[in-house]
Design a protein around this ligand. Structure first.
Ligand code: ADP
Ligand code: MG
Length: 727
């Protein structure tokens, strides 16, 4: 019988890409064609309701039932005109993926049937949601959760071969009002940011009434042939390889990075990009990444809530479209040991309704003081809440990257680049003259900030949080993550910091300081206080880990402990004060994240046991038997001891590795049994991490040794060289 691996290899070698037809050579002709955007709203709504809806989108004003009915009818008419038959509330539960429950527009009526979509169905739905993670919230109170329309993210049509569905972005909340998803807290954090940032803007420019956060998400991923993927139970079940000897050629030649994109991959990229563009996702770049078969795509930045919806949607699309091309897309942070993993850089800045980027140095000194205020407050916020930011990017899969000498370390630090680092240094040591007569008198004392900061920053890829000219880039986010988690935290901590800033500045003004003196005095104080978080050197080095320790920065390497920051007193105060999470919501979230952590390790441990016992060891033993036959045969022929030494030696080596693998698999099983009896989620997660996961490396090491010895034709799992070098 042919092995699955042999069949898969043959299939993979004979792939023909499906033909990809772009709707038009001009992207502008089909961009957003599946989105109920402002232009379509205008076409399908009365002028009055259109204006009300725009004000809801921009200012968050409420919509009444009657208007909701008109909007629902407009959406339905548009969607049905494009061939949609169903609608769904689309939301982002804490499972990490997106969820939908489809309902038909179709409704039987007295004399036949009609297509209907009422305002009430647009505004609110009750999905049967008892099986989404809720960390105990729904169990103790009310069994139901509901989804509520988020008008700030436009409805869109999801196309699939079998039909089209109108999707309405929603938040997902429990009956008692607690958030059960990623979006609800994000929207609250953005509201807090808007308020706090506008208040600070008022010192500089009275015409600013709204500040939105912007986000550009770079998405890294691996591609693997579908047949080969299916022949690897570890990839199928856990998203990463639990075994596999690194191929002779890895990424050491770095010939993949910015190399030409393989034809088959190119067809796939164009295909999913077209789908994304129709959904209004402004994809702009595509390229190879450092590791073989690793790629990246990035859209142009958008308002944060939309950018995250788009990233979630994009990940769905990438997976869907991959099927058409017989690919599997691996979004896991570390699909292959020994080569780079994948991240999701989050480029973040703040933009006013007057079109000003608050993190871009301005032309005039006044603008520079404004820039400095936002810049330094961001640094201060990250310094104050580094542990919380660390918690927001932690996960079982991201643990493989952080601190593993490839992605930014688990130590949170900020890279500013030489110019800005020196400017902060200068301000810190400057003397602020209080004798100025009017605000402008101070300007001579402020160091000049060049308007264009040389982007020498991208070369320091070792920093988890880097300033890149006109935005900060949070690089520690994992490729599978929903960016809402870190973005909720980042916006919450900066909003809170800006609020404190205003209090501090107002105090000085009250005492008689000129406004600019007060601003600069507080900025200077913050620069000093947050100095420890700034680091310009190599974040991967041991020296940095040592220095960070002396600076008092934490270096929390694993998820169960990193998550503590979510429920610390400091975080609880921050979140309750800003109305983003109640204490109960925080504890529920903490619980969900811990559970997800140990469940994933539990699955990995099981798969490791299954594959070893049922595939690896049988293959190794079968090969060993052949060698035994061989040795016996040689002996029967009357050959000397030396002549049979080679098969004997291989038999012995095989025995050694087989023995170690088996012993460790059994010991790991025992540990799992013990760990499974632990009640407390945190203790259980730690035990999985420290007592179960520790076996993974040993088992893998010896399995990988076996892989190098056992006859290639009987080895059951596709090897790294087969998975990684796509043709
Ligand atoms: P790279 O980081 O590879 O040098 P860019 O800096 O041009 O590339 O862009 C990376 C991402 O950052 C893109 O998604 C881009 O749209 C986004 N970006 C650029 N400016 C901003 C900004 N002001 N706010 C948020 N994201 C931004
Ligand atoms: Mg970048």
């Amino acid at each position: 019988m042919k092995s699955l691996r042999t069949i898969a290899l043959k299939e993979a070698q004979n792939r023909i890409s499906p033909e990809v037809k772009s709707p038009s050579n001009k992207i502008s002709e089909f961009f957003g064609s599946n989105v109920f955007d402002k232009k379509k709203m205008k076409d399908f709504l009365s002028k009055e309701v259109y204006e009300k809806l725009i004000s809801t989108i921009d200012q968050g004003s409420l919509i009444n039932q009657e208007d909701a009915n008109q909007i629902a009818t407009a959406m339905k008419t548009w969607a049905m005109g494009k061939g949609a038959t169903h609608y769904t509330h689309w939301f982002q539960p804490l499972t990490g993926s997106t969820a939908e429950k489809h309902d038909s527009f179709f409704e039987p009526s007295g004399d036949g049937a009609i297509e209907k979509f009422a305002g009430s169905a647009l505004v609110q739905q009750e999905p049967d949601a008892s099986s989404f993670p809720n960390g105990g919230i729904r169990n103790t109170f009310e069994a139901r959760g509901y989804t509520a329309w988020d008008p700030s993210s436009p409805a869109f049509i999801m196309e699939s071969k079998a039909g089209k569905t109108l999707c309405i972005p929603t938040v997902f909340i429990s009956y008692t009002g607690e958030s059960l998803d990623y979006k609800a807290p994000l929207l609250k954090a953005l509201a807090a940011m808007d308020k706090a940032a506008v208040d600070v803007c008022q010192y500089f420019d009275k015409s600013i009434n709204k500040v939105t956060a912007s986000l550009g998400i770079e998405q890294e991923y691996f591609l693997v042939d579908l047949a080969l993927f299916n022949a690897r139970p570890d990839l199928v079940m856990t998203g990463r390889t639990l075994f596999g000897h690194m191929s002779a050629k890895g990424q050491q030649l770095e010939d993949h990075y910015f190399g030409s994109i393989p034809e088959r991959v190119f067809a796939y990229m164009v295909d999913f990009e077209n789908e994304a563009l129709k959904l209004g996702i402004p994809l702009k770049t595509r390229h190879n990444e450092v590791a073989p078969s690793q790629f990246e795509c990035a859209p142009i930045y958008e308002e944060i809530n939309l950018a995250i919806d788009h990233n979630q949607l994009l990940m769905d699309l990438m997976e869907k479209v991959a099927r058409r091309h017989n690919f599997k897309v691996l979004l896991h942070e570390k699909p292959y040991a020994g080569i780079n993993g994948s991240g999701k850089h989050n480029n973040w800045s703040l933009i006013t309704d007057t079109g000003k980027n608050l993190l871009a140095p301005g032309k005039t000194p006044k603008n520079n003081l404004m820039f400095l205020a936002f810049f330094v407050n961001t640094i201060k916020a990250v310094h104050e809440h580094a542990d919380l930011l660390r918690a927001s990017i932690t996960s079982v899969s991201n643990d493989h990257r952080l601190g593993a000498n490839e992605a930014p370390p688990a130590i949170i630090s900020i890279f500013l680049g030489k110019q800005l680092d020196e400017i902060l240094e200068e301000i810190e040591h400057s003397r602020i003259s209080k004798k100025i007569k009017e605000d402008n008198g101070l300007w001579l004392g402020i160091p000049k900030i060049p308007q264009i900061i040389l982007d020498n920053t991208d070369r320091n890829r070792t920093s988890p949080f880097a300033f890149t000219g006109n935005k900060f880039e949070l690089r520690a986010v994992g490729s599978t993550a929903n960016s809402s988690a870190p973005m909720t935290v980042l916006n919450a901590i900066v909003a809170d910091q800006l609020t404190k800033f205003k209090v501090d500045v107002d105090k000085l003004i009250k005492k008689g300081d000129k406004k600019d003196v007060a601003l600069l005095t507080v900025i200077k104080k913050y620069i000093k206080e947050s100095k420890a978080i700034r680091f310009e050197g190599n974040g991967y080095s041991q020296e940095w880990a040592d220095e960070a320790a002396t600076r008092g920065l934490s270096n929390i390497k694993t998820t169960p402990k990193a998550l503590d920051a979510y429920v610390s007193e400091k975080s609880t105060e921050l979140f309750t004060k800003t109305n983003i999470f109640s204490k109960r919501e925080l504890h529920a979230r903490h619980e969900i994240l811990l559970e997800s952590f140990f469940r994933k390790l539990q699955i990995e441990a099981r798969v490791m046991g299954d594959v070893t016992n049922s595939q690896i060891l049988p293959a190794a033993i079968a090969y060993q038997n052949i060698l035994i036959e061989n040795a016996k045969g040689l002996k029967d022929l009357g050959l000397s001891k030396e002549a049979i030494a080679t098969p004997m030696a291989i038999i012995e080596t095989l025995s050694k590795h087989i023995g170690i693998v088996k012993t460790n698999i059994d010991a790991m099983l025992e540990e799992r049994k013990k760990t499974n009896t632990i009640e407390d989620s945190r203790d259980k997660a730690i035990s999985y991490d420290e007592n179960v996961k520790v076996y993974f490396d040993t088992i893998r090491y010896h399995v990988d040794k076996l892989e190098q010895i056992v006859d290639d034709s009987v080895w059951p799992l596709p090897k790294f060289r087969e998975l990684l070098f796509l043709k």
